[in-house]
Design a protein around this ligand. Structure first.
Ligand SMILES: [Zn+2]
Length: 196
């Protein structure tokens, strides 16, 4: 990369419905965007090598790739800077996303993103069925993190995030819940808004 890299963390994601955090004065349509509509990622060495984990990463990025009419599209590249990681995260987060920011003026673009899954304190379900009691759904949380990796902030906690069935970019999810695997209209609209 020719540009100076600035590493930042995305909005946080907590595992407990009771631990909702206010999104503050975030404007959902002013996110930073990738310098390209065709970002690429690889798997960090920490990412489990089981088929399920790699397939869930494919499924998670595909949820965003399927948004239309935008041509924004993730793909795999073994030499990409961006990578999915399975590492220890602060503060009980289920996941987070780091960034390298680049571009002019003022680091206005994303040049790499790091969707991360917490490797401490949670039991992950990496399949496509229904998680057992106490398990968190990898596919759901990783789809949320790929939304951050695409440039989206968390959705406001007010309104449609209460209860289940809200947009994938809502800030928290309960054990066994799988509803973030598929995007809601608002998730689609937001991606189309930043990548017209
Ligand atoms: Zn989030």
């Amino acid at each position: 990369m020719k540009s100076i890299k600035v590493q930042m963390l995305a909005a946080l994601l907590f595992g407990f419905a009771a631990a909702l955090i206010a999104a503050g004065a975030v404007n959902a349509y002013s996110e930073k965007t990738w310098f390209t509509y065709s970002p690429q990622h690889k798997y960090d060495s920490s990412w489990p090598t089981g088929n399920d984990w790699q397939q869930r990463a494919i499924d998670s990025r595909t949820a965003w790739n399927n948004v239309s009419p935008t041509s924004f599209n993730w793909s795999y590249n073994a030499s990409a800077d961006s990578r999915v990681e399975y590492i220890s995260l602060c503060c009980g987060r289920l996941g987070e996303t780091g960034y390298w920011w680049c571009g002019v003026p003022y680091f206005s673009n994303i040049c790499a993103a790091f969707p991360r899954i917490q490797n401490t304190g949670y039991t992950w379900y990496a399949g496509t069925g229904t998680p057992s009691s106490g398990q968190y759904d990898l596919w759901s949380v990783l789809t949320h993190e790929f939304g951050h990796g695409s440039g989206l902030y968390d959705h406001s906690t007010s309104g449609s995030c209460s209860g289940t069935g809200g947009p994938t970019m809502c800030p928290s999810i309960s054990a066994t819940s799988t509803h973030w695997r598929t995007l809601e209209q608002e998730d689609n609209d937001r991606l189309n808004s930043i990548y017209p």
